[in-house]
Write a protein of this length. Structure first.
Length: 133
């Protein structure tokens, strides 16, 4: 329940913030910069060795992944500024389906009953936002 409350909270902040400001791009950029400025001082003292090792050996893939995250976040903010927030947030949660597929087929973690049920619930939620009963 707490996770759902947190997701609902940041979704509303993202959607309403994107609609309030004059620039969707500016809103997304400032949130990304703010996130980094808040996260770095917390992560560095605890994980400086791990961060340094990853950046030393995997800086290209780290830069690619970071860039993809920024672009995908900007796309969500842009969509929330134009479309109903509920529909966009439901579609946004389909990323969980991709994570389940990647963990099953690439990472070989298996696909248990709970993943199947969760994936089905997400798919039903997305369907319900499009086709009202």
């Amino acid at each position: 329940m707490l996770t759902g409350l947190c997701i609902a909270s940041y979704t509303l902040v993202d959607g309403l913030g994107a609609r309030q400001v004059g620039s969707v791009m500016g809103f997304a950029v400032w949130l990304t910069i703010g996130d980094g400025l808040l996260t770095f001082p917390i992560a560095w003292p605890r994980k400086s060795r791990e961060i340094t090792a990853v950046l030393k050996h995997q800086w290209k893939s780290s830069m690619l992944a970071g860039s993809m995250q920024v672009v995908s976040y900007w796309m969500i903010i842009w969509a929330m500024a134009l479309a109903p927030i509920g529909a966009v947030s439901a579609l946004r949660e389909t990323s969980v389906l991709f994570a389940a597929l990647i963990s099953t087929f690439v990472l070989k973690e298996g696909y248990g009953a709970w993943r199947f049920v969760s994936a089905g619930m997400i798919a039903c939620g997305v369907w319900l936002t499009r086709y009202k009963l």
